[in-house]
Design a protein around this ligand. Sequence first.
Ligand SMILES: C[S@@+](CC[C@H](N)C(=O)[O-])C[C@H]1O[C@@H](n2cnc3c(N)ncnc32)[C@H](O)[C@@H]1O
Length: 234
Amino acid sequence: MMETATYLARRQRLETYFDRTAADAWAKLTADGPVSRIRATVREGRERMRTTLLSAMPADLTGLRVLDAGCGTGALAVEAARRGAHVVATDLSATLVNLARERLPAIDGPGTVEFRVADMLDPTLGRFDWVVAMDSLIHYEAKDMASMVAKLAACADRGVVFTFAPRTLLLTLMGWAGKLLPRGDRSPELEPIREATLRQLLGAHPALTGFTVGASTRINTAFYKSQSLELTRA
Ligand SMILES: C[S@@+](CC[C@H](N)C(=O)[O-])C[C@H]1O[C@@H](n2cnc3c(N)ncnc32)[C@H](O)[C@@H]1O
C-alpha cells in the first residue's frame, strides 16, 4: 500500500490525538451522561449526521457487509448492525476501539459487529457492500482525502458515504474544534473543503469512473458543522 508522506504524517498525529490527548473527551461526548450546552449541540448534530449517513443506505441491511471507517466508539456501527448488517468497524485508536467493544450492546437479529484496530485503508479488511466514514476523513488534506475516498470505493460494491468539513464555515469550525476538544501542539487541524472542489477532485479521479457522486446534506448546529456526500456504483 503506497501512501503519501502527508497522509502518513497526519495519520500518526491523529492516532496520538484520538488515542491519548482527546480519548477522555471523546468518550464523554459519545456517552449518554450530561454535557455542556456546547457539547449538547455537537451531540445533536452528530446524531443527525449519523441518521443522514445511514439513510443513504437501504433501511434493511440484512446480509450486507458494511465498513465503518474510523468508527471511534462505534455508535454508527451499532445502528448498522441493528439494521441487519455485518459490520467491520475499524479505527486507529486502540483506546476508542476498546471502549466501543465494552459498549457494544446485544444486537437483536442477524446483524454483527467486528471491531478492528487498523487503518481504514488496510486491504486485509476485505470487501464490502457499503463503506461509511463519519467525520474521519475531515482531518486529511484534500488530495489525500480524495485518494482515501477512491481507495474506500475500490472495496465497496454498492457505495461510499462520508463526511467532509464544509469550507464556507471555516471560522465556526475552528471555534468548534477549539471548544470541543483539548488543545495542544498535537491536535490535528480540520481541512475544510468547498463542496464544488471536492466534487471536482472526485469526478476527475481515475479510480472513481464507475461511481456517481450524488446527494449531499449539510448538518449545521451551533457547534457542529459537517456535510455528507454519497458515491454509488453506476
Ligand atoms: C472525529 S472521530 C469520529 C469517530 C466516529 N466515526 C464518530 O463519528 O463517532 C475520527 C476518528 O477517525 C479515526 N481515524 C482517522 N484516520 C483514520 C484512519 N486512517 N484509519 C482508521 N481510523 C482513522 C480517528 O482515530 C478517530 O477515532
